[in-house]
Design a protein around this ligand. Sequence first.
Ligand code: ADP
Length: 819
Amino acid sequence: MSEQTSTTTTPPGAATSVRLPLAHLPAVVLPGATVTLTLATDEVRGAIEAAVRDTDGRIALTGGSRRELAVVARVPNIGNLPTGESAAIVQVERRARIIEVDAPSDGGATYAIVEPIIDGVVSSSVEAATRELRAALELIAELRNSRRLPELLRTVNSPGQLADSVALWAEFGDDDRLRVLQAVDVGDRVAAINSWARNHLNELQVAETIRNDVSEGMSKQQRDFMLRQQLAAIRKELGEGSDDVVGEYRTKLDDLDAPEGVKVFVAKELDRFERMSEQSPEHGWIRTWLDRIFEMPWGERSDDTLDLDEAQSILDADHYGLDDVKERIVEFLAARKLRHDRGLTRASDDRRGNGSVLTLVGPPGVGKTSLGESIARAMGRQFVRVALGGVRDEAEIRGHRRTYVGSQPGRIVKALQEAGTMNPVILLDEIDKMGSGAFAGDPTAAMLEVLDPAQNHTFRDHYLEVDLDLSEVVFIATANVADTIPGPLLDRMDLIRLDGYTESEKVFIAGRYLLPRQIERAGLRPDELSVSDELIGSIIRGWTREAGVRSLERELGRLVRKVTAKIATGQLTNDQLTTDQLTNDSDQSDQVVSDVDADVDADVATGTPITIGDDELRDWLGRPKVDDDVQHRTSSTGIATGLAVTGAGGDVLFVETTAFPTGPDAEPGLTLTGQLGDVMKESAQIALNYVRSHASELGLGDEALRQRFHVHVPAGAVPKDGPSAGVTITTALVSLLTGRPVKSSVAMTGEINLQGQVMPIGGVKQKVLAAHRMGITEVVLPARNGPDLEDVPQNVLDEMTIHLAATYDEVAAAAFDAA
Ligand code: ADP
């Protein structure tokens, strides 16, 4: 009898049946097993012998409590055990279904007709389950440190066989093995082993955790110690030195002159740091944090030198004019000195809301920052500038929490680090440009805390997380305009206004301060270059249009650098310079400017300094940038020159008007365009209605008023000072309707009401200076602003005619030539 060879396409149980000797064993055997059978019972002995004799060495075996399912096994040989018993080795091959059992015959052997079962084709879901099983088995192998299991995984490919082998390897009990045996379907078998594997894996993992915990608890300190030793050894090996980071921090901490609370907190963090794995992200944060903490200038402070006479002379030496400003600053310093002398330095002694923050308000380039520097110098303290323009986020002031990616301390902390002392003068620059962030917390609130003497001795930066005492810091703020400073901050401020300089002041500042500085910076000697006042005046008029001196300083710098370069390249000597030389003398022009220092001394013999004439200016500085267009723009009707205060100081603005007839049913009305705030829109409406209601006095016919009017304020000046253009708009409309041009020498400012009264406005000094700067000689101001003229420098007033108008008639009288 022979068994047909199986093919993979054969479904389970479809193999041809065979007749084999049958034996029953007490234990369940599974395919893949190799079992040693002692031929102790007659049944077994008979069956084995029959197998060797009759059936090419094959035998059917049943096992355990069930007898309907058997396995087919091969018996390669029979031999004797060391004990003398005879035994057979059997190799179990596959499952078999018992079809029929014969009665014992022929020397006692029982025969059975069995049908070997061949594992069928595996479906994809079984394949997937097998992959899962393999993964679980790999983990089990690892946790049990098994050698046999990885070998099985490597050598056994078929899922059914794998399941059987695992059941054998895992030393299942008989019941479990029986269940596996009965799982004829490969899918069932894999599933059964899979569920066992998962449970087993769980058990193993739990056991592992417990073991780890126990051993960690017992020997953590010893282990850490050993690991540290190893780490140090590795570092040494790598040539990284024996840097004991924590040790260094501890030494630094011992020397730290910080408040006790800070030291305790740092020590705690340091402990945490020491225990932490270097791989942990927190390790990096804490390290950066520690560095920051140790970078703080704890305990460093400058001793105040509060000598008021000295302060006055420093302020005088650094700045021309500004007498009232300097006086206010000295008063401020005197108050501090007094409090200091009387020992009233603690925050609680400071009256709340005493406006302790000196705030310098004025257009760019009027010296706000440099006054701040002088104050620091006068007090003998460090100076730091913190730019607040565009700050929208509380975190910029107060820092981000450490857990943020890329978190940093806020600007106040950085300023202290930069200063290197805990009591510097901090200039809060452009505090009016600080936004109030709706999303990320309000920087104003943080700033309030910084400035409030009742709170700022325990200022807490989110990043540093320790209390900082800011009560010794002197805060000075700057702003271009006061109206945009958030109200709560304004309450704490002591405003000092700087309105800008007249031309003659600028000439003086340039000659005495700006130019010598530029000359020095360029590496020239003071006696090598002289620039006349007239020339500076030309630069101011032609190349700058500003209330301060910032552009002037820049242009002078350019001029000086050009001169230096020419001297350095030998194109310029002490002889009076001519334009020809400048443009034609190019034989050495490719020499580089960096030769400056070397060549200056050699080429310029001491003696008369180089002077630059008015003619040369254009060649040095290029075309004049400022186009004096007042004359030109006001030459036609319907245009009037107004005055406004903008973020850059006072400025002139032009109001343009036009009108066109409307159809019979169209509504006559008003169109507004340009840089008009809401308040200016109202001004325009009032202006138009004033003109309408006074048509007969102004000599205007009905026809003229039945038109649509268009008022335009061209870009350029964006007024910050609210209403002040009423009289200008009215005048432009009157000019349009009467056909009389406004005098080009006149600029005006003031609001008007429906009765034609002229209402007072702000910013008189800035506006008058702006008009003066633009070459305007007559200014119309509201009569009630008369007292403000006191602020305007006398030399400016001397050069101008000021008309103080109480009613619009008086404005008109000044604005138009007598008919
Ligand atoms: P702000 O801070 O108001 O914009 P800065 O302080 O930057 O202006 O001043 C611009 C430059 O003008 C600085 O170099 C400053 O020293 C100089 N400056 C301004 N006003 C005066 C003055 N009254 N006397 C001397 N130099 C001045």
